[in-house]
Design a protein around this ligand. Structure first.
Ligand code: AMP
Length: 181
């Protein structure tokens, strides 16, 4: 049977992705990279009910001689498999002409799979929940904004101190205003 004639998977799973950018290029600014990435996710027929957080500015986690990041998270239901969703994320990075300059360095677009339902995945290409998710305020602050009752690794998101820690990050704009920037 060809891939096209296969019945699509009807199981829809609630997922969360983290997006970050701190490098402008010929395709746009960091805010534009995130906005374009979210628009492409929304246009994917295997993704529905997408909700985006506000955009946040954050100081870089790795080398400090790089611009601040713009971060956001999105939540949606998908009938993609986890690996197929990772492929979608990596295609968004490629579309933004991401180059690997240095570890934890500047990038036009980074898209990570934060959570895939309540699944724990340990594959060579994909670890979910994303490692470090519960220690990063630039992930948990936007995430609690769109999913205040989320359970991560068996613990409510509000119980993780980084979900309440605003040091080093600031809200740039509401989700519904960012398209006007
Ligand atoms: P990064 O430098 O953050 O873009 O890391 C990309 C690498 O992490 C790729 O080789 C992915 O296969 C791998 N990876 C493992 N788990 C995840 C995840 N949950 N989301 C995105 N990439 C992941």
């Amino acid at each position: 049977m060809s891939a096209e004639s296969q019945t699509p998977n009807q199981n829809w799973t609630q997922c969360y992705l983290g997006l970050g950018s701190n490098l402008a290029n010929e395709l746009g600014t960091p805010i534009e990279h995130l906005t374009r990435g979210i628009a492409k996710l929304k246009a994917n027929s295997q993704i529905r009910n997408l909700v985006a957080s506000s955009f946040y500015g954050s100081i870089p986690m790795g080398p400090q001689d790089q611009p601040d990041f713009v971060n956001a998270v999105v939540g949606f239901e998908t009938n993609l498999t986890p690996i197929a969703l990772l492929d979608v994320c990596q295609a968004l990075e490629t579309d933004a002409r991401r180059e690997r300059l240095r570890h934890w360095g500047e990038r036009s677009l980074d898209v990570d799979v934060l959570l895939f339902g309540d699944q724990e995945i340990h594959e060579p290409r994909l670890i979910v929940p994303h490692l470090g998710i519960t220690e990063r305020n630039f992930v948990l602050v936007p995430l609690i904004e769109i999913a205040p009752n989320l359970i991560i690794n068996g613990t409510p998101i509000s119980s993780y101190p980084e979900s309440q820690n605003l040091s080093g990050i600031h809200r740039i704009c509401d989700a519904d205003q960012r398209g006007k920037l």
